[in-house]
Design a protein around this ligand. Structure first.
Ligand code: HEM
Length: 170
């Protein structure tokens, strides 16, 4: 078990810190409202396709998980790759379903976490990367409506999503 030293000099286990961070992340009613206000207007095909395309361009090493998707040789090829666009849509739809299970996102993502860990061997750092890219896409599409407060609410939500998907790795 790994240990970290706190500022006060005492030692905490890595697992304890992860659990504590999770408990600290709580969405208020106001934040849930801000998320729903944007999410009800999200076009999963548009947002998901752009987010996954951007992930594959900005972090090119993530392409290795999608070798069966065909041509990922350039930005243009990725943006027009039907498999990339369809998978991006699938991922964003899944996040939409998670928003309907805010009381138990860990439970909702238990099976998917296992699939990404055991079958797909996805490095969990990439969950955070995808969520980061998703924030950028939402900000681009919703512009002024995507206020700093809304961004803060989505950042919290995506932290919970990434943590839930990473559950099997802990
Ligand atoms: C962060 C949010 C993510 C969500 C909500 C999510 C969700 C999903 C879902 C719903 C599936 C379909 C599972 C099935 O058919 O049983 C899937 C498959 C997959 N995911 Fe994720 N995923 C996420 C992030 C990632 C990331 C960051 C990567 C890699 C960089 C990744 C790689 C894959 C791969 C390779 C598949 C299988 C694709 C195929 O062959 O059809 N996922 N994901």
């Amino acid at each position: 078990m790994k240990f970290r030293q706190s500022a006060q000099g005492s030692f905490y286990s890595q697992r304890f810190l992860q659990q504590t961070i999770f408990i600290m992340v709580h969405l208020s009613d106001c934040e849930i409202q801000a998320i729903n206000k944007i999410w009800c207007k999200v076009n999963a095909k548009e947002v998901g396709g752009e987010a996954l395309s951007r992930l594959l361009v900005v972090y090119p090493w993530t392409q290795r998980y999608f070798v069966t998707f065909g041509n990922l040789g350039s930005h243009d090829a990725i943006c027009h790759n039907a498999k990339v666009l369809a998978h991006g849509e699938k991922v964003v739809r899944s996040i939409g379903e998670a928003i309907n299970h805010l009381h138990d996102i860990k439970g909702f993502y238990a099976d998917l976490s296992k699939i990404h860990y055991e079958k797909l061997h996805v490095d969990p750092t990439n969950f955070g990367r995808f969520c980061y890219v998703l924030i950028i896409v939402l900000a681009r599409i919703f512009s002024e409506e995507f206020t700093p407060e809304t961004q803060a609410a989505f950042t919290k939500l995506f932290h919970i999503v990434a943590d839930a998907l990473g559950r099997c790795y802990h």
